[in-house]
Design a binder for this molecule. Structure first.
Ligand code: HEC
Length: 217
């Protein structure tokens, strides 16, 4: 009896082993199906591919200097906010140059209600140049985009300088402006002509040294 059963036990092992192997393989196949489908649909490829091109994420703003340098109601409205947030602290809410942050400066912030002694020009591009480069203790404003810069200039012209003969920009400076979508920075020539003459500047410095306070220019 015992001897008769021995081969039977042996053969059941031979049947069980291949079945187990096939079973394990089937479980493996089932488990990897989602991964294979994902690969076909670009799951892994998507992960490995470079990020989508910028234009697919957000449309890049195209700035047109020649268009923006012409005042409009929308730009003046935008400029109202830009001025309150960035300029009023020094130049004062009324543009008189008497803001609290400006009161401690040796050279006082410009009073926009006068055309006397502008250093870089009261014209649109002259002021743009000032926002780009700064002037004395006034910082440059790289964080303002071209639209915000022109907007605040139009606001200052319309709000504080409306009764003044604001100088126009030269054809040469306008012609040298970057093409639409081009650079943020501009190159202007004419501001040099409106710079304070050297002899005047020296007299001014002597007067300031005598008085201990900045003289009226
Ligand atoms: C930290 C104080 C401060 C802030 C903020 C400031 N300014 Fe000025 N600004 C000055 C001072 C000071 C002067 C005078 C500099 C000089 O004459 O040397 C000046 C001068 C100017 C001038 C005259 C340039 C010229 O040709 O004489 C313009 C235009 C001007 N600021 C525009 C602005 C605008 C627009 C903003 C806001 C975006 C602004 N400023 C923010 C301090 C400031």
């Amino acid at each position: 009896m015992h001897n008769e059963n021995a081969p039977k036990e042996k053969s059941s092992i031979f049947i069980f082993l291949p079945l187990a192997v096939v079973g394990v393989y089937l479980v493996y196949l089932t488990a990897t199906i989602p991964f294979k489908i994902g690969m076909k649909e670009g799951g892994v490829e998507k992960l490995l591919s470079p990020p989508p091109a910028p234009e697919a994420v957000a449309e890049e703003k195209v700035y047109d200097h020649r268009k923006l340098m012409k005042p409009s109601e929308d730009l003046v409205a935008l400029g109202t906010k830009v001025f309150a947030n960035n300029c009023a602290s020094c130049h004062g809410a009324e543009g008189l140059g008497n803001g609290t942050a400006g009161s401690k400066l040796a050279v006082k912030p410009r009073n926009f209600h006068s055309l006397d002694n502008w250093k870089q020009g009261a014209s649109t591009l002259g002021m743009y140049h000032t926002l780009e480069k700064g002037l004395g203790s006034m910082p440059a404003f790289p964080a303002l985009d071209p639209e915000q810069r022109y907007a605040v200039i139009h606001y200052i012209h319309a709000e504080f300088m409306k009764d003044l003969a604001i100088p126009a920009d030269s054809e040469k400076d306008i012609a040298a402006l970057p093409q639409p979508g081009g650079a943020v920075s501009i190159k202007i020539d004419s501001y040099k002509e409106t710079r304070v003459p050297v002899d005047f500047a020296i007299r001014q410095m002597l007067r300031e040294a005598e008085n201990g306070t900045p003289g009226k220019m």
